[in-house]
Design a protein around this ligand. Structure first.
Ligand code: 13P
Ligand code: SF4
Length: 336
């Protein structure tokens, strides 16, 4: 990589999505990140799908709900978000006065991209008698068009907290929506979005793997397609999957979600074996390409130079906050 000075790197930020500066190969990045956290009173929040080095240096590792709750309660001046854009944006919505940093602004999400706001608004406007529950994996514009936000950890409880006759639109994940329809028996209108990582699992290859590992439990995230979920021994959010492997007494697990979570599973249960569920081709497609845009180097640079930063229009921020606050209130009510 050619050396570029910081002003030039900042100019290119918009195009690159990150600060493209050379990092001295002799730097101990773990030490530097710890130093920067103290110097700037910064908290480092990381999703379970981040690479192991980033998880190891984080102050808090969690699923989407855990991270939103942590962002809502932090006293730090700076929030460094090792995750994807909608997660850092949620942290900013909850902390308009704080600086929120994301190592790579191009860390997006296929699920969030599958719901463009103008199309979604037209859909919502056609069904004025429906309450809109949106999965947190969506843009701030979609949040602003929603009544309540949910995550995979609290979606069922949020749906069940509404009167049984209440009509519901669920967006943007059709797989999670179909799973929740089945679980709750509620008649929900589903938006046609999906996650590229969770849709890639091959039922045929998982079935063959189960034959080769007859004692392994098969566990899956509810963003997976229905036929994959049907053969699962346990379905849950990333935190749910991790807790299950800690509490269950099997020795082997086939895991259908992004591979980053295997790091925490292995740390929590070193004596157990965790096998990533195979995708429907030979690529590493169960690694989220957006989550994996963040690297230790980009994380260090973004903390050092406090760039890239999440910036938001104030009116959008206020409109997107209401349904997130509603989610946090309902979650607290149920002790989630
Ligand atoms: P959770 O963090 O709620 O398990 O969702 C998984 C995911 O795909 C995050 O992008
Ligand atoms: Fe989005 Fe799927 Fe990646 Fe999560 S794993 S950030 S839902 S693309």
């Amino acid at each position: 990589m050619d050396f570029i000075d910081i002003s030039e790197a900042k100019d290119k930020l918009e195009k690159n999505g990150f600060l493209d500066l050379e990092v001295d190969a002799n730097l101990d990045l773990f030490f530097e990140i710890e130093r920067l956290k103290k110097e700037k009173n910064a908290v480092l929040l990381a999703h379970y799908y981040q690479e192991p080095d980033i998880q190891d240096v984080a102050d808090f590792i969690g699923d989407s709900l855990g991270l939103a709750q942590e962002a809502a309660r932090t006293k730090a001046d700076v929030i460094v978000f090792a995750g994807v854009h909608f997660m850092a944006e949620t942290a900013k919505i909850l902390n308009p006065e704080k600086k929120v940093l994301l190592p790579d602004l191009k860390a997006g999400c296929s699920l969030a991209d599958s719901a463009p706001a103008p199309l979604f608004k037209a859909f919502r406007d056609k069904h004025p008698d429906h309450i809109v529950i949106s999965y947190i994996n969506c843009s701030a514009e979609i949040k602003a068009l929603s009544d309540i936000i949910c995550t995979s950890s609290n979606a069922q409880k949020i749906i069940e907290s509404l009167p049984s006759e209440q009509k519901i639109i669920f967006a943007p994940d059709k797989n999670l929506g179909a799973y929740l329809k089945k679980k709750t028996g509620r008649d929900m209108l589903l938006w046609n979005g999906a996650c590229i990582v969770h849709e890639i699992f091959s039922l045929e290859r998982i079935t063959k793997l189960k034959v080769r590992h007859p004692n392994a439990k098969f566990i899956a995230h509810p963003e997976c397609e229905a036929p994959v979920l049907e053969i699962a021994d346990y379905i849950g959010s990333t935190t749910g999957l991790l807790k299950f492997t800690q509490q269950d007494n099997s020795k082997e697990y086939i895991v259908a979600t992004e591979t980053g979570i295997l790091h925490q599973m292995q740390l929590a249960s070193p004596e157990k074996t965790f096998i990533p569920a195979p995708p429907n081709n030979s690529c590493a497609c169960n690694d989220c390409p957006f989550m994996k845009l963040n690297t230790l180097e980009k994380l260090y640079l973004c903390m050092e130079y406090e760039q890239p930063e999440i910036a938001m229009d104030e009116n959008l921020l206020m409109a997107a906050r209401k349904p997130i606050d509603r989610m946090l209130e309902i979650s607290a009510r149920y002790g989630l």
